[in-house]
Design a protein around this ligand. Structure first.
Ligand SMILES: Cc1ncc(COP(=O)(O)O)c(C=O)c1O
Length: 468
């Protein structure tokens, strides 16, 4: 221990490894806009240099950084620049990264007030700000988790606890064997993370009442069955393909009068509520019981930033409760009560920093800007002869060529181009190129370059066809 401890004290004292890390990070930041958006196969192959048996001896920290710089950095996906449109990944705001860098040095354990009063206080501030931004009821509480998948899990665990408790069944104590049946209702376009959550919580995918979705990928209101006190209705703010929003008002009102629980998966779409122009999309959402949202998507915080919001405080903290003689709860906010985790990163720091930096107006501008650029790219691609398959209500654009083969090959060439990166999906049985605009760094010029890359890729496909 003594030898390695001395090395680490030296690292902390002379700070040279941190200077080195900073230099490498700045080098990356300076070139990210001109590097390939997706790494070459060769760069990925070169990662094999890191593959070795577990090292026996320690090495210099500088050597560790050098390896990362030499082999890992060239194999990264350049998603902090403006032309990564895959999934709904979002970029990262410089002020948020800077805050993360600075506070990583604090290494706060965010589980209890006692282990990090700073994190607990910032969680409370973020909770209040999020409620205001999304227009949620004052009695809403928030838990800060890794992402929306975990936020969905927490909310649906709370729903399960509450609805079973209402009929005299304590799921924490009695489990699920022999429990009264709950009616889980979701629609065909419900996100995969919800399906995973329902499996993990023991509801069983085959026991879900699946409601059809409409053309746009929204729940079909008239196909929703009668709701009662045993029902959990799962809605979504932002279809992962089309960006469409479920109609909340009528369904939430029906649920409220029936005593049902409504959960809204708003991973990226809940942020529409923070845009004056787009907040009509989330109308009625405040009448739901719980919500899940990410900071690391539309808000552009660093990763590991999901938030569960819930109006039933008691159900949340009972469903996620932990007891232990060594656990010292305070009379203030103890973050672990709102999450399945105990030790956890003080992730509210970056969330707070991002919201403080942007302010309400900055968030509005950014979210509204994603929508404007999405409309612009859809318009430019349409002009260039591509088909746009969705109504671009938010930040998702579904693109197709003349036929399935052309779409798939064009997508492949786009992905290989290095100019931009889009994912693929299926929309009503047809393969599509899926664009998600959700990085602060994307500009109209990035969109123009992307449209050119689309056209080049399609030309390449046509050339291949005539030269086969
Ligand atoms: C609608 C929706 N729900 C849930 C998730 C899962 O979120 P996370 O990846 O943060 O767990 C996503 C991710 O894209 C999503 O788009």
């Amino acid at each position: 221990m003594k030898k390695i401890q001395e090395t680490m004290f030296k690292d902390m004292q002379d700070k040279s490894i941190f200077e080195q890390a900073r230099a490498y990070a700045f080098e990356y930041a300076d070139q990210v806009d001109t590097m390939r958006v997706y790494p070459t196969e060769e760069s990925i192959q070169n990662l094999s240099a890191l593959q070795e048996n577990m090292p026996t001896e320690s090495c210099d920290a500088e050597h560790v950084l050098n390896l990362l710089q030499k082999y890992a950095a060239p194999a990264t996906v350049a998603q902090t620049a403006g032309r990564y449109f895959g999934f709904v990944n979002g970029g990262v705001i410089p002020a948020a990264v800077a805050a993360k860098w600075m506070t990583d040095m604090w290494d706060q354990c965010g589980g209890l007030y006692l282990t990090s009063p700073v994190n607990a206080v910032l969680e409370s501030i973020c909770e209040q700000w999020l409620k205001e931004l999304f227009g949620l009821p004052e009695d809403t509480v928030a838990g800060f988790v890794t992402g929306t998948s975990m936020a969905n899990l927490c909310a649906l665990a709370a729903a399960r606890y509450r609805l079973l408790k209402n009929v005299g069944w304590d799921v924490n104590a009695q489990g699920l064997n022999g429990a009264p049946q709950l009616k889980l209702i979701a629609h065909e376009h419900t996100h995969a993370s919800i399906v995973k959550t329902l499996a993990m919580l023991g509801f069983g995918k085959e026991n879900i009442h699946w409601v059809p979705s409409d053309e746009a990928g929204r729940i079909q209101v008239d196909a929703v069955p009668e709701l009662d006190q045993q029902s959990v209705l799962i809605l979504q703010a932002g279809n992962v393909n089309s960006g469409a929003f479920d109609p909340f008002t009528e369904l939430c009102e029906r649920a409220e009068s029936a005593g049902a629980w409504v959960h809204v998966d708003g991973a990226f779409g809940l942020w529409a509520g923070a845009s004056e122009e787009l907040k009509y999309l989330t109308e009625g959402i405040h009448k739901a019981t719980s919500w899940a949202v990410d900071g690391h998507k539309t808000l552009n915080t660093p990763y590991d930033c999901g938030i569960v919001l819930c109006r039933d405080h008691k159900a949340m903290i009972t469903a996620l409760q932990a007891h232990g003689d060594y656990l010292i709860y305070s009379d203030k906010r103890d973050p672990l009560l709102y999450t399945p985790e105990m030790s956890k990163r003080a992730r509210a720091i970056e969330l707070w920093a991002t919201m403080k930096f942007l302010g309400r107006r900055g968030i509005d501008d950014m979210v509204t800007g994603f929508h404007a650029l999405s409309k612009y790219i859809a318009q430019q691609l349409k002009k260039a002869g591509f088909r746009i398959l969705n109504d671009v209500v938010f930040n998702q654009v579904l693109v197709a060529c003349d036929d399935a083969e052309q779409t798939q090959k064009t997508l492949q060439y786009i992905q290989q181009s290095g100019t931009c990166w889009c994912g693929g999906s299926n929309w009503h049985g047809e393969p599509v190129i899926r664009i998600s605009i959700c990085s602060w760094a994307t500009t109209a010029d990035d969109v123009d370059q992307t449209v050119e890359a689309f056209i080049r890729a399609r030309t390449q496909f046509k050339y291949d066809q005539t030269h086969e």
